[in-house]
Ligand binder design. Structure first.
Ligand code: NAD
Length: 265
């Protein structure tokens, strides 16, 4: 089935890498015009060029730091200016880190909350009026399994991701009557640069043995899930596509685990 986002305009933040990149590519392949937004300007230009090589005019790159409120306002304004409207927001950009509640510093806490939570609210804030003007829209906010269950070494990350779930439910309830749906995705571990950073800072992967090779650690981490593998970026892009599309028209206010069954146990 192709064309599941035909005629839609979408913003994907964190589109230069990992889940955001896979999602921007999939959204465009399904017919959307996509603003590919990321702090990594060189990489996001490559991603947009790759999309346009397959489907000319489907993507625009935008260098933005979602830790800066003015940047987010500009991101939304530039999207509407370029493509004429806004139907889908995938607020996916984020950072990883590892600390304990004791070792975490106030700077580390504030940075995490700014990039992984405040930026999601601001993206929604600036997107909402345009989505309402377009007659409705779908907001997909990136949470995490760590927003649903306790995961060691992530006090600030878990707090930010749980906050994303609360924010998403609030928007679903308040803006549903205006045609806006809002859902959060809660992925378990998918090996991306973000997860590599967390594992490096912890010294070992989740559920893995210290000293094991990276390949072995990935295998061990996957075996902790009822579906015995780690996630792939495509698993998340597929769910984001479904939530962005009209196929999920009666789904709003959810925090969907995407975790190979991990949170069921
Ligand atoms: N990979 C996982 O296991 C996993 C699990 C749960 C949730 N998530 C969430 O998924 C999202 C995407 O992560 P990923 O795993 O694809 O990581 P990634 O590192 O591959 O991608 C993150 C992207 O966000 C961008 N980014 C970071 N800070 C930014 C900023 N201030 N402004 C704009 N862009 C910024 C990075 O440049 C990068 O392109 C994050 O919100 C992350 O918390 C990931």
């Amino acid at each position: 089935m192709a064309g599941r986002l035909n005629g839609k305009v979408a913003i994907v933040t964190g589109a230069a890498s990992g889940i955001g990149r896979a999602s921007a590519e999939l959204f465009a392949a399904e017919g959307a015009k996509v603003m590919c937004a990321d702090i990594n300007g060189a990489l996001v230009e490559e991603v947009a060029a790759g999309i346009n090589a397959k489907s000319a005019g489907a993507a625009l790159p935008l260098t933005v730091d979602v830790g800066q409120p003015a940047g987010i306002e500009r991101m939304v304004a530039d999207t509407v200016k370029a493509f004429g409207k806004l139907n889908v927001l995938y607020a996916n950009a984020g950072i990883g880190d590892a600390a304990t509640a004791e070792s975490l510093t106030i700077e580390g806490w504030n940075r995490m909350i700014a990039i992984n939570l405040t930026s999601v609210w601001l993206s929604c804030k600036y997107a909402l009026p345009h989505m309402i003007a377009a007659g409705g829209g779908s907001i997909v906010n990136q949470s995490s399994l760590a927003g649903l269950i306790g995961v060691p070494s992530l006090p600030h990350y878990a707090a930010a991701k749980a906050g994303v779930i609360g924010l998403t439910r609030q928007i679903a309830v308040e803006y549903g009557p205006k045609g806006i749906r809002a859902n959060a995705i809660c992925p378990g571990t998918i090996y991306t640069p973000l997860v590599a950073t967390v594992w490096e800072r912890r010294g070992v992967g989740y559920g893995a043995s210290p000293g094991a090779s990276l390949a072995e650690q990935k295998k061990q981490a996957g075996m902790g899930n009822p579906i015995q593998r780690m996630g792939e970026v495509e698993d998340c892009a597929n769910l984001a596509l479904f939530l962005a599309s009209d196929e999920s028209g009666w789904i709003t206010g959810t925090a969907m685990p995407l975790d190979g069954g991990r949170s069921a146990g």
